[in-house]
Design a protein around this ligand. Structure first.
Ligand code: SF4
Ligand code: SF4
Length: 372
């Protein structure tokens, strides 16, 4: 448990970004089961966002309509660069989120996904003042922002906006020293400013649930009963100052696995920390595409290229040497959609990518490896 403004916040947060699906629709019945398991285990932190398609509506059906409002806390986010054409449309997101969730107020409200190329939009649209007004009205309890850039800018923003209650950072053992993500350096800046931290992507978009074989062996030899995802989540939950660790769970099985080690959470011991250090060394020598499958790049692509699915297929070859499977997965991914070779290098996707990936360059490699 973390102490936060006099309240105890359990360390596992339910991220509602990658909910289970039945066909194209969110599988509400399965989400209800997941919510029940999570609440029964004594956890209370739910995290959605205006831009997660169908997620706020699913939150209403699976949580808000079924549990007393004081029994859980809900976080959602306003986005000034995705689905917001001007200031009015951006502010409207707040009221739409209230309506979609039916929650009455938000316990946590975030300015979403700050990057070098977009954070000024929040100033331009006067969103800081807007959010503070909503806080004064009691429609927001605490506010913060989620962040995907480097430590210098983070220091600058936290100095200018010391009023933020908390901050959300991408932290996982694979990105700890990754120069494109700078998990450690950002964590240290936030701590220096005395901010509590919500962790996102602790399993790196699911990648650390299935890490490279060498890492799997290290972890399995130490304890065959512990899932690979559990190592990733316990690593971040063991850090000081963590308000909650968001896990974007997509099935009842993932929920059960998460609860099995977070219900009576034990920080990593010295031997386990040593194994994580070895895993970090192995990962630093790997060359898979570090896509977290957030899908932020997909909507703006004029040629409808399923970028994260293409990268997932490519990673079968890069990470596991499975070329035949990679080609077969690629064919399925692009069926009826744009192919890697359809990229016209407009770079809209790169502007939207919180991992700062050189998507167009990766697509050239995907084209060569998977199409030719
Ligand atoms: S650069 Fe290529 S992949 Fe990216 S949005 Fe443009 S066409 Fe789509
Ligand atoms: S390429 Fe970037 S924006 Fe697109 S899904 Fe991957 S991480 Fe997200």
């Amino acid at each position: 448990m973390s102490e936060y403004f006099g309240k105890e916040v359990p360390k596992l947060g339910f991220g509602l970004m990658r909910l289970p699906k039945k066909g194209e629709e969110i599988d509400i019945e399965q989400v209800k089961k997941m919510v029940d398991l999570y609440m029964d285990a004594g956890f209370t932190y739910f995290d959605t966002a205006f831009v997660y398609t169908g997620s706020e509506e699913a939150t209403k059906k699976a949580l808000v309509d079924r549990y007393p409002r004081e029994s859980y806390t809900l976080a959602t986010k306003i986005n000034a660069f995705l689905m917001a054409t001007d200031e009015k449309a951006c502010k409207e997101q707040f009221f739409t989120s209230l309506e979609r969730t039916g929650a009455g107020y938000f316990d946590y409200y975030l300015l979403h996904a700050f990057m070098e190329n977009n954070y000024k939009k929040y100033d331009e649209y006067h969103i800081w003042d807007f959010v503070k007004e909503q806080k004064q009205k009691g429609l927001i309890k605490y506010f913060g922002f989620s962040y995907h850039a480097g430590p210098e800018l983070l220091d600058e923003i936290l100095t200018k906006h010391s009023e933020v209650d908390f901050i959300q950072l991408q932290i996982n053992y694979a990105d700890w020293e990754n120069p494109a993500v700078t998990s450690r350096a950002n964590y240290e800046v936030a701590r220096r400013h005395g901010k509590s931290i919500v962790v996102m992507e602790p399993v790196k978009g699911g990648n650390l649930a299935n890490p490279p074989k060498e890492i799997q062996k290290l972890m399995h030899d130490y304890d065959p009963t512990m899932s690979y995802a559990s190592w990733a989540i316990r690593f971040v939950a063991s850090l000081d100052g963590i308000l909650t660790v968001l896990s974007g769970m997509s099935s009842v099985e993932q929920m059960e696995d998460n609860l099995s080690y977070m219900k009576n959470f034990k920080p990593l011991n010295d031997k386990e920390q040593e194994i994580i250090k070895q895993a970090q060394k192995i990962i630093n020598g790997f060359s898979t595409i570090p896509c977290t499958a957030c899908h932020y790049c997909v909507d703006g692509c004029p040629n409808n290229i399923p970028i994260p699915d293409v990268f997932e297929a490519m990673n079968k070859q890069l990470g596991e040497g499975k070329r035949i499977q990679a080609i077969s997965d690629y064919k399925k991914a692009v069926e009826g959609k744009g192919k890697a070779s359809d990229c016209i290098e407009c770079k809209q996707c790169e502007e939207a990518c919180p991992q700062h990936l050189k998507i167009t360059e990766y697509l050239v490699t995907c084209k060569k490896e998977l199409e030719e």
